[in-house]
Design a binder for this molecule. Structure first.
Ligand code: XIL
Length: 342
């Protein structure tokens, strides 16, 4: 059997991880050794988002993104640029724009400068992230509020001009929800009808131990691939904790922060749950293999359980176990399941 994830899947699709800046420092040798051994694709967990890339208008900061590029180059890894146009983790100056001419200029400068900077070095860009709401309508982001739907196609066009060799993706969560899916498909078709390049759709894959079902994931992979684009699973993790979505009031943290039922495994994940997580990952990867002709890449959102964003989202301070490596960087049963199914 294969002795790494990337080895196990090398004939099928790229196998990636998100990287945060702590992990490429020398103090994290355990993390960097493991990343180089197991993965062949890298996404910056935060450092290529607009607040970091252009904190001040017209003043770009490539210090951290350059470190990520250097790490990837050293280990011969494919790099995903994440992300150009997103409503979250925005710099204040950009959130404050209300004028259409100014917004068009800002998008043009942001997309063109960054994509050109890494021209030929980024395998694919998440050009637009999370532009569709769960009800299928377009999100009322600052971009939409100032420019309407046009900002989406325009961003793809600018990225295509700045680096014709990079693949361009639309990326979002809850991509298995049929209402949202219809909205995404409508939006992507509109880009295609204008003859603007879009190469792929990213399903983030922030999933749960019992949902979405394998059947729902499958129908979405097929529906997106039917648009004639590649499908990537871009931010995979499987939470074992109860989700507060759908049962929350106005403020999730206020309602659930100190509620022990929302943090059932504060110290260790019981064996039965460890096994259930392994089975869930087995079924998910079995499905990915069934559709390997449609899937370009599967990227995990983080390396080990300790640094997963899910320990703090959507409720602060929980203990989650969503990845393949435990808090000591040791492979979990779920790791073996993913290797075994290949
Ligand atoms: C998350 C990071 O993991 C966190 O560290 C950060 O605090 C917030 O953003 N969808 C995305 C990712 O596209 O960029 C988000 O990453 C998770 C949800």
């Amino acid at each position: 059997t294969a002795n790494s994830l990337k080895e196990a899947y090398k004939q099928y699709f790229l196998l990636g991880t998100a990287l945060n800046r702590g992990q490429i420092q020398e103090t994290s040798a355990k993390a960097t050794t493991l990343i180089a051994r197991e993965f062949n694709a890298l996404t910056a967990e935060n450092d290529m988002k607009s607040a970091y890339m252009q904190p001040v208008k017209n003043s770009f900061n490539f210090t951290e993104s350059d470190k990520i590029m250097a790490f990837a180059q050293k280990h011969n890894m494919y790099v995903v640029g994440h992300t150009l146009i997103w409503h979250s983790q925005l710099p204040n100056w950009l959130s404050a724009i209300t004028d259409a001419v100014e917004m068009n200029k800002a998008i043009e400068n942001h997309v063109t400068t960054i994509v050109k900077k890494y021209k030929g070095k980024i395998g694919s860009w998440d050009v637009v992230n999370e532009a569709v709401e769960d009800n299928g309508s377009l999100r009322k982001s600052v971009f939409f509020n100032v420019l309407g739907e046009d900002y989406i196609a325009k961003s793809f066009q600018l990225a295509a001009e700045a680096d014709p060799s990079a693949e361009l993706y639309y990326n979002d969560y809850s991509m298995t929800n049929p209402t949202k899916r219809a909205g995404v498909i409508r939006m992507v078709k509109k880009i295609q009808e204008q003859n603007i390049k879009i190469d792929g759709i990213g399903m983030q894959g922030h999933w749960h131990i019992d949902s979405p079902s394998i059947a729902d994931i499958e129908s979405s992979i097929i529906a997106y691939a039917n648009l004639g684009v590649k499908v990537a699973i871009t931010e995979l993790d499987v939470s074992v904790l109860p989700s507060p979505w759908g049962q929350q009031g106005a403020d999730i943290n206020q309602n659930f922060e100190n509620n022990p039922t929302m943090n059932p495994y504060p110290n260790v994940l019981p064996d039965a749950m460890q096994i259930k997580l392994a089975q869930r990952y087995y079924n998910i990867f079995k499905l990915f293999l069934k559709h390997k002709d449609k899937i370009s890449r599967v990227t995990f959102w983080g390396v080990n359980d300790a640094q997963s964003w899910l320990n703090n989202f959507p409720i602060q301070g929980r203990t989650d176990y969503p990845l393949l490596f435990d808090r000591d960087f040791e492979p979990k049963k779920a790791y073996q399941a993913v290797i075994d199914v290949a």
